[in-house]
Write a protein that binds this ligand. Structure first.
Ligand SMILES: [Zn+2]
Length: 347
């Protein structure tokens, strides 16, 4: 009963909302195809024009579904969730219980809906030892609209961990009040008040400025965790841009990627594309922007612990003047810049 009261109290006071970094928004980086995922998922219609940073935060209920569905991680977690997650990740306990606020079951962390959380956060918690996800009566829940979000998250989580590890580390189920571990007062408020204390707004702003996205921090921590895994562990499932043979390393995707997950690299006399799966969110902005239509969406790959990048050889000629990549099959020996320079000289 006390657990229930405390949960209510926290939801009432927890007026914090996600933050939007509109520079990461897919629609701010390209205009070929509208994304709009956050607008579709927001239960309050609060997101007006994410590409311009226009959100009516007064309408926001803090559900965080926008943070879960944005493929470019333009929305960052609320201060409450961030504090709660940080506390769980650092507590050294071998198992964690995350539940939706609609259940009365005890949990280490409660969220608006299980669909509110990004798969990366759940993956990181699962890698601590074991993760139990508790839900209520989803079919009759007023929040069932976000069920699809949770299903997508669950599928991505399973794909990342691989079947065997997923079955071992993750369980999803229903639990009634009084079952399981009750949340103590200290646990419930510990992270909350430490998050509130002092200049919360200012702290929040600072944190957001430090990382390009906090999920990036979670991913890096997953990578460090993976490095400690024993050899022979099954590979992890990531996604990377699906480069095809049409790519000649022009570098436009490298510049547009909000995650710095793509790097054009010259190796000897050959151009290659290096992708960093740990940074790639699978947002697909690269594919939308590519003038050669050389990126066929995103494709899943499996990555052994300790492997940082996937290198793809591309079909490019090399500028005889400066070594830059040149589109093959057009009879040029110089890159665009060197051709322009040569023309200017002649004049
Ligand atoms: Zn050149």
């Amino acid at each position: 009963m006390i657990g229930r009261m405390l949960v209510k109290e926290v939801t009432k006071v927890g007026a914090s909302h996600p933050r939007l970094n509109s520079g990461r928004c897919i629609d701010a980086r390209q205009a070929k195809e509208k994304c709009g995922r956050c607008q579709k998922v927001c239960p309050k219609g609060a997101i007006v024009a994410p590409q311009n940073g226009r959100v009516d935060w007064d309408l926001c209920v803090g559900c965080e579904l926008c943070t879960a569905v944005c493929p470019a991680e333009a929305f960052s977690l609320t201060a409450d969730t961030r504090a709660a997650a940080q506390k769980l990740l650092g507590d050294g306990r071998p198992s964690h219980v995350v539940a939706c606020r609609q259940t009365q079951a005890g949990a280490d962390m409660k969220v608006w809906c299980l669909g509110s959380l990004r798969w990366e956060l759940l993956a990181r918690l699962a890698l601590e030892g074991r993760l139990e996800l508790i839900h209520g009566d989803c079919e009759s829940c007023e929040r069932r609209g976000s069920l699809a979000c949770f299903e997508a998250t669950r599928d991505r989580l399973r794909d990342f961990l691989g079947e065997e590890r997923y079955d071992r580390l993750v369980s999803i189920g229903k639990r009634e009040a009084g079952e399981g571990r009750e949340v103590t007062r200290r646990e419930m408020f510990g992270g909350f008040f430490s998050g509130m204390r002092g200049k919360r707004e200012e702290e929040e702003k600072q944190q957001a400025e430090q990382l390009s996205s906090e999920i990036e921090g979670v991913r890096l921590s997953i990578m460090r965790r993976m490095d400690r895994m024993e050899e022979g562990e099954a590979a992890y499932g990531y996604v990377v841009p699906g480069f095809t043979e049409k790519c000649w390393a022009c570098g436009i995707c490298e510049r547009i990627c909000p995650n710095r997950a793509i790097e054009m690299e010259k190796r000897g006399e050959e151009w290659t594309v290096a992708c960093y799966p740990i940074l790639c969110t699978g947002c697909g902005t690269c594919g939308l922007i590519c003038p050669e239509k050389a990126i066929d969406g995103v494709k899943p790959i499996r990555l052994e612990p300790g492997v940082r990048r996937a290198v793809i050889h591309v079909n490019a000629d090399v500028c005889t003047e400066c070594g830059a990549a040149v589109k093959p099959g057009e009879g040029h020996t110089l890159c665009i810049r060197c051709r322009a320079k040569a023309r200017n000289k002649k004049r």
